[in-house]
Design a protein around this ligand. Structure first.
Ligand code: FPP
Length: 263
């Protein structure tokens, strides 16, 4: 039995695959930051002859479950890619529905987020979002600012390249020393002060990073699953974490000699 079981008491059936997966997860080697590209909502809806927005609505249940599972696992940071700076190109109705769903999610879930000691943060060019969305985001950040559990980060109107542009402009405007260092850039990113992602999950099988956290994922382990986002549940997150723990991370170095084959 590992210490994770107590956090999931009553959540999973004792004979379930989730509990079996939990028993294999090493609680001392959990990722400090999991970033997720939530993809496949449109395809999920298409498979059911539903409008695309039905896929986004269904995707909210996955958000709820994954936030809860990450919090139970005590993952320090969970970042969800909810709306890219390129997503404005989608039909107006779809964009409006996504904004409405985000507000609805925050209104309905904020008390649960708060009760679970989760601290909320929005990243991206937030000042370009509709003012009603900005208001909800600010409120959620304020309400949860003293929480010490999982940091839930939602990327909105986000672009990895624009984040770097914003960081460089910030440095040019406030710079006190030359030359700038990696640390200066890191601290000027929207994610300044947060650990970089150890694990990047992408749903729906696409092998792309789609302009997400370009600087921060330099050493992240990438996990792509065929599961469409609205079908993604706790079991899938546990599978991703287990796969992460199976990988050998070398950061450009070599394997430790004690593990090298003697053949
Ligand atoms: C990608 O699927 C998904 C999105 C662009 C939006 C994700 C947003 C949510 C799940 C809801 C709001 C989020 C929060 C955090 C409350 P797609 O439409 O590109 O799917 P497709 O590739 O199958 O067309």
């Amino acid at each position: 039995m590992n210490s994770l079981f107590s956090k999931f008491e009553g959540v999973f059936d004792p004979s379930s695959r989730e509990v079996e997966l939990l028993s294999r997860i090493d609680p001392t080697k959990l990722p400090r930051h999991i970033a997720v590209i939530m993809d496949g909502n449109g395809r999920w809806a298409k498979q059911r002859n539903l409008p695309r927005v039905a896929g986004h609505r269904a995707g909210i249940s996955s958000v709820r479950t994954i936030v809860e599972t990450a919090a139970r696992l005590s993952i320090p940071v969970l970042t969800l890619y909810a709306f890219s700076a390129e997503n404005w190109k989608r039909p107006r109705d779809e964009v409006n529905t996504l904004m409405a769903l985000l507000k609805e999610y925050l209104r309905k879930e904020l008390s649960t987020i708060h009760q679970n000691d989760i601290r909320f943060k929005a990243i991206g060019r937030i000042d370009e979002l509709p003012s009603s969305v900005q208001k909800e985001l600010k409120f959620a950040e304020e309400e949860t600012r003293n929480n010490r559990g999982t940091r839930m980060v939602v990327a909105l109107n986000y672009s990895g390249r624009l984040e770097l542009v914003d960081a460089v402009n910030h440095l040019l405007k406030n710079r006190t020393r030359y030359p700038i260092s990696e640390e200066d850039i890191e601290n000027s990113l929207y994610t300044g002060g947060l650990p970089e992602p150890d694990l990047l999950i992408r749903t729906s099988g696409e092998m792309r990073v789609s302009n997400f956290l370009l600087w921060q994922i330099a050493y992240a382990e990438i996990y792509v699953t065929e599961v469409l986002w609205p079908d993604f549940r706790g079991i899938h997150l546990l599978e991703a974490v287990l796969e992460f723990q199976r990988r050998e991370r070398r950061y450009g170095g070599i394997r430790s000699p004690s593990f090298q084959s003697t053949r």
